[in-house]
Design a binder for this molecule. Structure first.
Ligand SMILES: Cc1cc2nc3c(=O)[nH]c(=O)nc-3n(C[C@H](O)[C@H](O)[C@H](O)COP(=O)(O)OP(=O)(O)OC[C@H]3O[C@@H](n4cnc5c(N)ncnc54)[C@H](O)[C@@H]3O)c2cc1C
Length: 659
């Protein structure tokens, strides 16, 4: 029995896991990172467009601050997010950008003087301020009032991941690569680490830790058409679910990105539209202003994706033998802009479509992109239901994004949540609760249990093919749990997924090798992914309203009266074929920004009974504080500073703003 002891076990070597690991290490604790791949190959490297933080350096960001970023995020979430978390996040994001700059991220910078940009289809001259020269600049993104997305050309995630990974190396944090966590060790509501499979040798080990953090990214691969890499299968979320103690939040909240290359589903960044790109139909008509006169191509992603699909349904798509698509036109940005700021987009278009986006339009259609749901945590990143378990990044439901994440808020979340969770885990390890109290017998029991499961798959006489069940699951999710959802289709999806789950217990494997064995890996992952798929589909079936990316054609209104709540999914035993769903109310009376119209999309919400009273109360507080500064007013509306770790409490400074 191989047991590795560590203070802090971080499962996941992407941006979130690395940043959390660095934080805990700097507080003097032993940290071990596990990853399926070398950390620099984690999916964070694929992030193109940028990271939101309200620096307000570019002239189009003037007047930006935490308040504006907060409101954009809450509206973007369709009031589904945790507003305290949103406050904590917008406060910390500017510090995160600057920390990354100090760690070597070569952010694009402001150049004083005139520059030409494309806005709303027209060339416009902007004059950048002399005092901002050399400071970190930002581009426009969907659903934001200001240009706030800091970027490194269109390779932002790559630059960030390399910088944070280098910090982990500098801190001498061991990374155990090609190691997969397949179960959590837990007892009596306390997590003690994980059972881990070596993907090369097949050997199982136990990693016993005082604090365990799951930062394994999203679960996009439960869908057939997705921008996510093959390693984004959600196993980290699934092993938390399988404890029966931890819960998953808002799993039905799945984002579909408007512009993925058709039909492959490879992303072209929102930065294309942020920088002035337009969406056009088969007739060459720019259609978004017809639907969204205010924000046009730069409404939030859920809204733009739905409008695109509506337009295709109305017969305006380009017809091909693979189906219909629309067109993204960035030719108007010019070759110099594309070469400098959208270089990766150019290469993707050349390699996968054989076109030059400086002269040709890009075939696009929405596809699965981001998992807003995940392991439900509190604002400090502690998982609900399981002490000693933490989570951050896309694997978590922290819940910054509610039912729709804004572009640029995810990589920002990874590092900000990593900063916070690193501190929280260090506090936990230093507290009495963090003492290691695990028996070797318990560790042995968990190891043996996982070994039996693997041996049953390898040696059993089942006849079902894991790869076929996987393909079917992905088809069901793409066809029936997509952008437009309907009760009858969701019920079909749930029924079929349950049948697949039963079949997945009778999988037969042709290759009997216990070590490197892709067939075996597909088999055990599939059993876990089906549980996640059922959480998504069943959660979507039960939620009889439309909110953010969850759109029910049979219930098109956002129903704050019934549904201003977060879905919590749990899975108590292996014989269940459906998750147990519970709900957590969002407290309107404590909100800084009570529910209203987002400023784009439909205006058809059913009001929560407490909204009017809270709106009146906020007006009273604002007038009572008269000319007090914005920080004082904010504190009176919704205090959040107690949630900010002491070292991140300082106020952000901006050009022209007195602190
Ligand atoms: C194409 C694309 C472009 C994007 N562009 C942007 C953008 O411009 N701006 C933005 O804000 N967001 C963007 N996003 C979203 C953003 O990149 C991700 O949400 C974010 O990077 C996720 O980071 P993470 O650290 O949570 O997970 P990841 O970077 O996915 O890392 C997960 C880690 O977990 C490890 N792992 C997984 N399972 C296990 C297991 N069972 N055991 C051990 N290790 C495991 C993996 O090896 C990996 O190291 C984009 C996403 C995509 C797909």
């Amino acid at each position: 029995m191989r047991i590795i002891y560590t203070d802090v076990l971080v499962i996941g070597g992407g941006l979130a896991g690395l940043r959390a690991a660095v934080g805990a290490r700097r507080r003097g604790h032993d940290v071990t990172i596990l990853s399926l791949v070398p950390p620099k190959r984690s999916h964070s490297a694929a992030a193109q467009g940028g990271m939101q933080a309200s620096l307000g350096n570019t002239v189009k960001g003037e007047g930006d601050n935490e308040d504006v970023h907060f409101e954009d995020t809450v509206r973007g979430s369709d009031w589904g997010c945790d507003q305290e978390v949103a406050r904590l996040f917008v406060h910390t994001a500017p510090q995160a950008v600057r920390e990354l700059a100090a760690w070597g991220v070569p952010w694009n910078r402001v150049k004083a003087g005139d520059r030409e940009v494309v806005m709303d289809g027209k060339r416009v001259t902007l004059t950048e301020r002399a005092e901002a020269h050399g400071l970190i600049t930002a581009r426009d993104f969907g659903g934001t009032k200001k240009w706030r997305t800091c970027y490194v050309s269109d390779g932002t995630g790559h630059a960030m991941l390399y910088a944070v990974s280098d910090q982990a190396v500098a801190e001498s944090i061991p990374v155990h690569e090609r190691m997969e966590a397949i179960a959590l060790i837990h007892e009596g509501g306390r997590c003690h680490g994980a059972i881990v499979r070596n993907l090369v040798s097949g050997e199982l080990s136990a990693y016993v830790a005082k604090a365990t953090c799951i930062a394994t990214g999203g679960f996009g691969r439960i869908y057939r058409v997705t921008t996510n890499a093959v390693i984004n299968e959600g196993i980290g979320s699934a092993i938390a679910l399988e404890t029966g103690a931890a819960v998953l939040g808002n799993m039905e909240a799945v984002q579909f990105h408007p512009t993925t290359i058709f039909p492959a589903g490879i992303l072209v960044t929102e930065g294309c539209r942020g920088d002035g790109g337009l969406l056009k139909d088969a007739a060459g008509h720019r259609f978004m202003p017809d639907y969204e006169p205010e924000k046009k191509e730069l409404a939030s992603r859920d809204v733009v994706s739905r409008r695109m699909e509506e337009h295709i349904r109305a017969g305006h798509g380009v017809k091909t033998r693979f189906g219909d698509h629309l067109l993204l036109d960035i030719t108007l940005l010019g070759a110099a802009h594309i070469d400098g700021k959208l270089r990766e987009v150019k290469e993707i278009c050349q390699h996968f479509l054989g076109i030059d986006p400086a002269t040709d339009m890009i075939a696009v259609r929405p596809a699965q992109h981001y998992s807003m749901g995940g392991i439900r945590t509190d604002a400090c990143g502690q998982a609900r239901g399981l002490a000693g378990l933490f989570s951050c990044g896309e694997a978590a439901c922290w819940d910054l994004h509610g039912f729709n994440r804004l572009g640029g808020n995810s990589v920002a979340e990874t590092v900000v949540a990593g900063m916070i969770v690193g501190e929280t885990m260090a506090d936990f390890v230093e507290s009495a609760a963090g003492d290691l109290q695990v028996s070797t017998a318990l560790v042995r029991e968990f190891l043996e249990r996982e070994q039996v499961k693997l041996d049953t798959l390898l040696m059993g006489d089942g006849t079902e093919k894991a790869s076929e069940l996987m393909r079917r699951m992905q088809e069901i999710m793409t066809d029936k749990v997509g952008i437009f959802r309907r009760g009858d289709l969701l019920q079909e999806a749930v029924d079929e997924l349950q049948a697949l789950l039963l079949k997945s217990r009778k999988i037969g494997i042709a290759t009997k090798r216990p070590g490197a064995n892709p067939e075996l890996v597909t088999a055990y992952r599939l059993q876990k992914m089906l549980k996640l798929a059922l959480c998504v589909a069943y959660g979507a079936l039960q939620r009889t309203e439309s909110r953010g990316a969850h759109y029910r054609e049979d219930y098109p209104q956002r129903d704050d009266a019934q549904w201003l709540k977060r879905t919590l999914a749990s899975w108590h035993d292996d014989f269940q074929t459906l998750p147990t769903l519970g709900y957590e109310d969002l407290d309107v009376a404590a909100m800084e920004l009570p529910p209203g119209w987002r400023g784009y999309g439909a205006r058809n919400a059913i009001e929560h009974p407490a909204t009017a009273a809270r709106t009146a109360e906020i007006a009273t507080i604002r007038s009572a504080f008269g000319h007090a500064d914005r920080f004082t007013v904010q504190q009176a509306l919704m205090p959040f500073e107690h949630l900010v770790p002491a070292r991140f409490r300082g106020r952000n400074e901006r050009l022209g703003e007195s602190s």
